[in-house]
Write a protein that binds this ligand. Sequence first.
Ligand SMILES: O=C[C@H](O)COP(=O)(O)O
Length: 214
Amino acid sequence: MFILVNLKAYPCDPIEVATAARDVAEASGVRIAVSPQAADISRVADTGVETWAQHVDPNGHGSHTGSTLAEAVAEAGAVGTLINHSEKRLKLADIDGSVQAAERAGLETCVCANNPAQIGAVSALGPDSVAVEPPELIGGDVSVATADPGIVTDAVDAAANVDEDVEVYCGAGISTGDDVVTAEELGASGILLASGVAKADDPRAALEDLVSGL
Ligand SMILES: O=C[C@H](O)COP(=O)(O)O
């Protein structure tokens, strides 16, 4: 299982989380990555943890004020990027453009979607992975794997029907090792989570719990 920790814009210490994630990944052998604010990518990557961007725009270099360049986040140390997160929705053409921009920059891609139908659609764009996240469960206390297991299994089927090479992650409300194991049993090969770590009093303990059943 891959555990991708999105720090969103939470007021946590990205270096504290990154250092803990690096240590827990090394001790457990579980792949863990941290996705900080774009401005923090360089110093998070310097900790040695696998580092992802939260978003990249479809455009390349040029007159695009305020854009987040795939090339720039890669240069800063990111090795992957989220695209179309529920809190950073894009038009379909821009999802396609962002996937292509990320691939040109050598970034691994994970495209987020609300439901299995959207998972099928975005899988056709050729990302490395997709993540299904019901918006109503994001930031809550109930794991998607418990509240709506069918959405995970249907997302796995929807992606496989389009491209069997696309990995399927799930997210929303995941915070414990039991949640991770349940998601794995449903067919997910990774977890996308945020508040369970970024808002935890002890992010290191939260990460240790997440990998405890793997
Ligand atoms: O990117 C992470 C997801 O939106 C899940 O967030 P959450 O773990 O706070 O529910």
